[in-house]
Design a protein around this ligand. Structure first.
Ligand SMILES: C[S@@+](CC[C@H](N)C(=O)[O-])C[C@H]1O[C@@H](n2cnc3c(N)ncnc32)[C@H](O)[C@@H]1O
Length: 243
């Protein structure tokens, strides 16, 4: 089943925020200046590219196929150039960007070879690519998504590419694979609205019964205090080789 982000834009914009560790690692690794250009592919409501542009002063671009997600992004800031497009066909000339990144998007891209080929084409020589995603271990240990909705594991493992597969695909496109970073943020969860409103796409892919059962358990556990949660991401870095 493919998700239509036009239908999810409202819940997404109300419930999904940046992960501070992801933002910090993107900024610290890329050392952006005001003259450099950055593209977020699958920018959605603009969470990351707006924050990166504000923190660095870089020239920011965001593309996404969803009209509604882009409408929210455009309302949130005009410092970034937003355009409707898909990862597989990037509407930019060769050698345009110093940094190109995706967050929570790679599992939605049907033709990843086309995407990585396009990423290599639009990056400047020595430009950086970062794929921010989850791997099998992270998916199995998610709290609260996996601990309260264990049915999401099977769904997620079926749609998320393995990290060694992603590394091989990046290399095949001519990108040099660099370090991988895992960023974690433990936090106290007190507001379960994002789960009640299904702001996480995997909650749309399990049965209503499984979702309801997880929500009931969350409500009960919250009565005795915050839920100890952790948000984590795998960040796969690559670099375009010099000609
Ligand atoms: C989970 S959201 C992530 C949004 C944003 N990166 C963030 O972290 O807030 C996934 C986004 O990927 C977009 N998407 C789906 N298929 C895509 C494709 N083929 N090319 C580019 N973006 C795509 C969706 O429209 C959606 O906005």
């Amino acid at each position: 089943m493919r998700l239509n982000y036009d239908d999810l834009a409202e819940q997404y914009s109300q419930n999904r925020r940046i992960h501070p560790g992801v933002l910090q690692n993107l900024l610290e690794t890329s050392h952006l200046t005001e003259r450099q250009s950055v593209l977020e592919v699958g920018c959605g409501t603009g969470n990351y590219i707006l924050a990166i542009q504000a923190a660095s002063g870089c020239i920011g671009y965001g593309i996404d196929p969803s009209t509604k997600m882009l409408e929210v992004a455009q309302q949130r800031g005009d410092q970034v150039h937003f355009r409707q497009a898909c990862a597989e066909e990037l509407p930019f000339p060769d050698d345009s960007f110093d940094l190109l990144f995706t967050v929570d998007v790679i599992h939605h891209i049907v033709d990843r070879d086309a995407f990585f080929g396009e990423a290599e084409r639009v990056l400047k020589p020595s430009g950086l690519l970062c794929t921010v995603t989850d791997d099998e271990k992270l998916i199995r240990t998610r709290v609260p998504l996996t601990s309260y909705f264990p049915e999401t594991v099977e769904v997620e493992l079926a749609r998320y590419p393995r990290s060694d597969q992603l590394r091989a695909e990046m290399q095949k496109a001519g990108l040099a694979v660099r370090e991988n970073v895992i960023t974690r943020r433990p936090y106290d969860l007190t507001d379960i609205r994002p789960y009640e409103e299904k702001a996480f796409s995997s909650l749309h892919l399990i049965s209503e019964e499984a979702w309801q059962c997880g929500i009931e358990r969350m409500r009960q556990d919250l009565q005795s205090g915050p839920i100890k949660a952790v948000s984590h991401y795998l960040m796969l870095w690559g670099k375009k080789c010099e000609p």
